[in-house]
Design a protein around this ligand. Sequence first.
Ligand code: GLU
Length: 374
Amino acid sequence: MSHVSCLRDARRIVVKVGSALVTNEGRGLDPDAIALWGGQIGRLRALGKEVVMVSSGAIAEGIKRLGWPRRPREIHELQAAAAVGQMGLAQVYESCFRAHGLQTAQVLLTHEDLADRRRYLNARSTLLTLLRLGVVPIINENDTVVTDEIKVGDNDTLGALVTNLIDADALVILTDQSGLYTADPRHDPAAVLLPRVVAGDPVLEGMAGGAGSSIGRGGMITKVLAARRAAHGGASTVVCSGREPDVLVRLAGGESVGTEFVAQTPRLAARKQWLADHLQLRGALRVDAGAGRALREDGKSLLPIGVVEVVGEFERGEVVAILDAEGRELARGLVNYSASDARRIARRPSTEIESLLGFVEEPELIHRDNLVLR
Ligand code: GLU
């Protein structure tokens, strides 16, 4: 029996496309394919969905533009190829998406942008701002500056990290295969497509086998692992063929296409679990009764005006406790300002942040999305 795709109810979606699709198996950027995805994303946006793209293809395109007969091994040559190819990638997305009325933005991320808490918040805020402005961010790894030890390495993993970074509801990995099969369909004629599996089930890793083509970095295994990673943040993943006509629109209509890796923990619960369990408290913010009520009863963010005391030393992006007048922990969350900045803006309206600090990160001291009640 077929199921209803997770994309139907997803509000925020990350769509990852692989090098083989973007560059037509390494023959060169494929504007027709990219325009088709642009058209589909335009329709998703009309349904009220927010879409972020993660696109590979820089190295494959760079190799082609430089006229090299094969993929080099030398890291600096790969980085040079990425730098050349990324120009083409940005250009073709910009023009093909603009034809569908979509504005795009190039965002190149490194592993450190996602691992360091302060930079994590910055990357998150920028991406969420772009979405708010109605722009489609086109993300790739900043291959030109990363070294072997610190690179994310493949864009399936990057797609999952971005999914968790922006709390997306679903990740779609468009590839040149139809989905996950019980065995490698290129070698085993008895292999059948699995329409729906549980993300993180260890059995899947055996089915996925080794790396795929020589064009991109990932094979089915990196997709299975990416789905597991996205599921930790509560997002389900669909792996399907990017050549299927209207595949994104059909998924958004609820049609089952490819393989869905179902996340078993709901997104909010997963995020709360992460905040509650995995981070050390660096300090605390003591709040007045009004702010306490707004947090607890009205589901509001914590604004500087409600903070009466800042305890301890912490940096932007660290986890702090929110205490009531009696010192009981009401909540904890990721703080948008360092302790010293928080001391300067405590008790003041958010409209004064700029004059007090000379800059504004966010109007909230802790945004609701980054906060869990205790
Ligand atoms: N970032 C690489 C590129 O744009 C792709 C990595 C991958 O294939 O997953 O060429």
